[in-house]
Design a protein around this ligand. Sequence first.
Ligand SMILES: COc1ccc(Nc2ncnc(-c3cccnc3Nc3cc(NC(=O)c4cccc(C(F)(F)F)c4)ccc3C)n2)cc1
Length: 304
Amino acid sequence: SQSAKKKHSNLVTDKDPTLTWEIVNEIGDGAFGKVYKVRNKQSGILAAAKIVEKCTEEELDDYMIEIDILSECNHKNILKFYEAYFFDTKLWIIIEFCSGGAVDNIMFDLDKPLNEPQIQYIIRETLEALCYLHENCFVIHRDMKAGNILLAENGQVKLADFGVSAKNSSLIQRRYSFIGTPYWMSPEIIACETDKEMSYDYKTDIWSLGVTCIELAEKEPPHNELNPNRVMMKIRKSDSPKLKHPNQWSKNFQDFLTKCLNKNPDERLTARDLLKHPFIASYTGDEKPVKLLLGEKNADINVV
Ligand SMILES: COc1ccc(Nc2ncnc(-c3cccnc3Nc3cc(NC(=O)c4cccc(C(F)(F)F)c4)ccc3C)n2)cc1
């Protein structure tokens, strides 16, 4: 439509996406719509396409925040934006395809948590993405968890946001809205919902990263036995969560967790600081431990 074309530069409105992209299969079905693996008819390139049916102009404005964030992000550890179409009342958001899928699905398929080198590599790459989001894009992710960390076929780590909670926020202005998946929520983000004068900022992603480390080490986040509306009060009342069996893990890992899971956001380290922490800096390996993990997952599928 004319208004969509005029307003948004990242949006193709006068071309039918099915002329360029063919649907291979469905890979996800969320509240927002369906997600497909698609192939470019000219280049053969694979991609992931979120297709929102009957998208209204105001819904489009909301999705444009996501499209603008994705199109301005140019980093090896953030999903690469390809194209977006608004055609025949359907919105298509097309981004790079990661064949490994999300890390929580991989742990579920293999029915086992990750080992320390795999955690070090994945968290190092995720911290690089968070540094970029916080320092270059002034974006708070707000839904950091293993389900939003994708693996590409060569073991590359790509940060995603399927719930699309990531929002732009300038350095000074803090966020007052309330969002994210309860188990990974920081104490201050929960406080936001009760006493409004509280606010939170980038440090909320660091708490969620700490919870994600426990999730990678134990398959589930802390308090996962509680139902979602109980867990928020539990997080606010409880001390910082810890690993169930600390002596199975290095002192560096345990110390890294205490630096992420400080209940006071002002004392929590930044993503930039955490990249220098021994748990991360001492890991000089490449993506090999994660390529083995992907090998197991693929072998798993063949053997079944
Ligand atoms: C179940 O098996 C699989 C196998 C492979 C894959 N691979 C894959 N590769 C790429 N994308 C997806 C995907 C899956 C479900 C939903 N959305 C997906 N990607 C996607 C993500 C977005 N948006 C973001 O990731 C996003 C939005 C806002 C901010 C950010 C960030 F802050 F991270 F930059 C990221 C938009 C459109 C799409 C199609 N899935 C997934 C499941």
